[in-house]
Design a binder for this molecule. Structure first.
Ligand code: NAD
Length: 361
């Protein structure tokens, strides 16, 4: 997805990103200020989480929702789901400003879109918040398991990342066995902890890092991982780097330092600049598993909730991330393009192909 360079007007931004619709939601009674972005609905209703964040400016909020909704289109497409791409942002501090009326009002805005947008939790929101939204609209997933939802998607996301790591290892080493491979997992949160468990179950050597040192120590001990300081992770000579905390950790400075041969983790938007850093990794011979391909487990979990799929089917769909990653790596190799470019091509092809199906009788 090339980064657009719009002239600053809202319509030029929508055009640059290729958006179909953006809805501004305002309700002074509850303090709700939200933006819902619907990027593409060729494959199905626009799906994406609702993020609550204290954006410095409304322009920042718009930029974030446009960028994130576009990547949801690609994520759903490459995963083979019949979903389009969308996202919502609520402007505010989730710790202070989030209330039941605000969330329910937001739910009513979603209801008025008549199924064109379906949401789930994201940064600053949780399953309980989805429950409030559910009180106003059926077009929400990720509600707690106790009320029939799919609950926390993180274990499924971790499984998808694990499959993506294995696909990369297969490409480089000829088999996907992780025994003896060394992996740095950065960020031992909901996804990171589950990933550490899966890796240790297969006897990989795990270096774990997190800014929360107390939690890190406990988790490292629990799974037999080695806790390392976050400031030294790029000095470690490990086979694989799995970013599971923040985006943009792969940039010109870190690429120079990286000693690993594979990058595969759950964090969204890991490359600071998709084009520049995708190419730098290609040139340096580091295999990069595009984040939106291998962190799709969470979306698969929500899709299963929507479709009423069994847990078994959810796991099967998540395991398909192995093949999806293999296909991306193959295309990257055969066309000598970055893996992110290869992933984008595959996603865009599926959307174009299905568009033709839908336009023909
Ligand atoms: P989380 O908040 O539970 O965990 C993030 C962890 O990273 C925390 O333990 C935090 O202390 C740590 N952290 C924050 N800044 C750090 C830094 N600079 N260095 C090292 N550690 C740092 O989040 P999560 O749900 O585990 O998600 C992790 C990443 O994966 C996020 O980028 C998220 O957007 C992405 N993701 C998550 C899911 C999901 O199902 N949870 C799905 C897709 C993508």
């Amino acid at each position: 997805m090339p980064v657009p360079n719009p002239d600053g007007s809202i319509f030029s931004q929508l055009e640059a990103y290729g958006h179909k619709k953006v809805v501004y939601c305002s309700d002074p009674d509850t303090g709700l200020k939200a933006i819902i972005a619907i990027h593409d609905t060729t494959l199905g209703p626009a799906f994406g989480g609702t993020r609550m964040w204290a954006y410095k400016t409304e322009a920042d909020a718009l930029q974030d929702v446009l960028r994130l909704s576009k990547s949801m289109t690609y994520k759903a497409a490459i995963t083979g789901l019949n979903l389009g791409g969308g996202k919502a942002v609520i402007i505010g501090d989730a710790r202070k400003d989030k209330t039941e009326p605000l969330l329910r009002k937001f739910g009513r805005f979603i209801k008025n879109l008549n199924g064109e947008f379906i949401t789930a939790e994201d940064v600053g929101t949780n399953p309980r918040d989805m429950e409030y939204i559910r009180m106003e609209t059926q077009f929400v997933t990720g509600v707690p398991e106790s009320i029939g939802g799919s609950g926390d998607p993180s274990p499924i996301t971790a499984l998808g990342v694990f499959m993506g790591i294995k696909a990369c290892v297969k490409e480089l080493y000829g088999n996907d066995n992780l025994t003896g491979k060394s992996i740095i997992v950065q960020g031992i949160g909901h996804v990171g902890e589950n990933l550490v468990k899966l890796l240790r179950d297969e006897n990989a050597k795990v270096y774990a890092s997190d800014i929360n040192e107390e939690g890190l120590g406990q988790i490292a001990k629990k799974y037999g991982a080695e806790a390392v300081s976050n400031s030294t992770i790029f000095d470690i000579d490990a086979d694989i780097y799995a970013p599971c905390a923040l985006g943009a950790t792969i940039n010109t400075q870190t690429i120079k330092k990286l000693k690993c041969s594979i990058i595969a983790g759950s964090a969204n938007n890991q490359l600071e600049d998709e084009v520049v850093h995708g190419k730098m990794l290609l040139d340096k011979g580091i295999l990069f598993a595009p984040d939106y391909v291998i962190n799709a487990g969470g979306v698969i979990n929500c899709y299963s909730e929507l479709m009423g799929f069994s847990k078994k089917r959810t796991l099967q769909l998540t395991e398909n991330i192995y093949e999806a990653t293999r296909n991306v790596l193959k295309l990257s190799k055969s066309e000598n393009i970055s893996t992110i470019e290869a992933a984008n091509k595959i996603a865009e092809k599926r959307i174009a192909d299905i568009k033709k199906v839908k336009s023909s009788y």
